[in-house]
Design a protein around this ligand. Structure first.
Ligand SMILES: N[C@@H](CCC(=O)N[C@@H](CS)C(=O)NCC(=O)O)C(=O)O
Length: 259
C-alpha cells in the first residue's frame, strides 16, 4: 500500500528539535507537505493558539477525503504527529501492523520502549545542556557527566545487538531509521554541533562516542540524509554563539523549550 490521499501542513520553527523529528519523518516517508513558519520570539497569535492552545511547535494540519469528508484536523506534540505519519501506510519506521504476530509485536515494542526511555529519561536533560552552553566550565562538566551517565544507563543497553538482529547500524540492526532514531537524532545532532563549535566541551561528544553501543549508532545517525536536509550547522552554531554573547552582556534571556 502506498501513501494515502492526504494533504499536510506543518507549523514549524527551523531551530526546534521537536519540529526536526516531524521533518525527518516526512522525508523518510517521502510525503509532500506545506509549511507555515511560527515566530517563537513573539507571543503566539490568536490564530495559532486556535491551532495549538499550548502555543508550541510542531503542529500538523491534515485533510483527506478518507476522513470526515476532508474536514481539516489538527495534531500537536511531536511524538503523536510522527506516530500518526508512521501509521499512514506500511513503512520502515515502524514494522508492519500487529496482525503480523509475535516477531513484529516484539519489534514494535522495542521501538516503543526506546522512545519511552528517551523521552522520559533523556529529553528532560536537554534544557540543562542548552543552559550549560551559556554557563561556565564547571557547569558544562556537571551536565556532561549527567547526560553521559544517563545515556550509558538508560539508552546504551537498548542498542546492544541481539542474536535475531540484522547487520545494519540502527535499532534491531536495521539498515534504515526507525522511529527510535527519528526521536533521538535531532538533539544528538545539536549536541554534537555545540561540541564541535566550541560551545560545549569536546570531551562531551568524545565520551558519548566512546560508549560501547551508543557511540557507533550515534555516529551513523547524524549522517542520515532526511535529518540533514536543510540543516544549517554553521548558522545554528553562530546563532547560538551570538545568543551566548548577548546572554553574557545581560541582553538576552534564553527561552527554554518546554515539554
Ligand atoms: N513536547 C512538545 C515540545 C514542543 C516544544 O517545546 N517546542 C518549542 C520549540 S523547540 C516551543 O514551541 N516553544 C515555544 C514556547 O514554549 O512558547 C513536542 O514534543 O512537540
Amino acid at each position: 500500500m502506498s501513501a494515502p490521499n492526504i494533504s499536510l501542513t506543518l507549523y514549524y520553527h527551523p531551530e526546534c528539535p521537536f519540529v526536526h523529528r516531524v521533518l525527518t519523518t516526512l522525508r523518510e516517508l517521502s510525503l509532500p507537505f506545506d509549511t507555515v513558519f511560527v515566530d517563537l520570539d513573539v507571543p503566539r497569535s490568536a490564530d495559532y493558539l486556535a491551532i495549538n492552545p499550548r502555543g508550541t511547535v510542531p503542529a500538523l494540519k491534515f485533510s483527506s477525503p478518507d476522513f470526515r469528508n476532508g474536514k481539516e484536523t489538527i495534531l500537536t506534540e511531536s511524538l503523536a504527529i510522527i506516530y500518526f505519519l508512521g501509521n499512514l501506510f506500511p513503512n520502515h519506521l515502524l514494522p508492519a501492523a500487529p496482525s503480523a504476530g509475535v516477531v513484529t509485536a516484539v519489534a514494535r515494542t522495542s521501538i516503543f520502549f526506546f522512545i519511552n526511555a528517551w523521552e522520559n529519561k533523556i529529553t528532560p536533560l536537554f534544557d540543562k545542556v542548552y543552559m550549560a552552553s551559556f554557563g561556565d566550565e564547571k557547569e558544562a562538566k556537571e551536565v556532561e557527566d549527567m547526560v553521559v551517565g544517563a545515556i550509558e544507563k538508560e539508552i546504551d543497553p537498548l542498542l546492544k545487538r541481539q542474536d535475531e538482529d540484522g547487520g545494519g547500524a540502527f535499532l534491531g540492526g536495521r539498515e534504515k531509521f526507525t522511529m527510535a532514531e527519528v526521536v533521538a537524532a535531532p538533539v544528538i545532532l545539536r549536541l554534537f554541533a555545540f561540541c564541535d563549535g566550541g560551545l560545549l566541551p569536546r570531551s562531551f561528544k568524545a565520551n558519548l562516542l566512546a560508549l560501547p553501543n551508543f557511540g557507533k549508532w550515534a555516529s551513523e545517525l547524524v549522517r542520515n540524509e532526511s535529518l540533514l536536509r536543510g540543516w544549517d550547522e554553521a548558522g545554528f552554531v553562530s546563532g547560538s554563539r551570538t545568543k551566548l554573547q548577548e546572554f553574557k552582556e545581560g541582553k538576552f534571556r534564553p527561552k527554554i523549550c518546554t515539554q
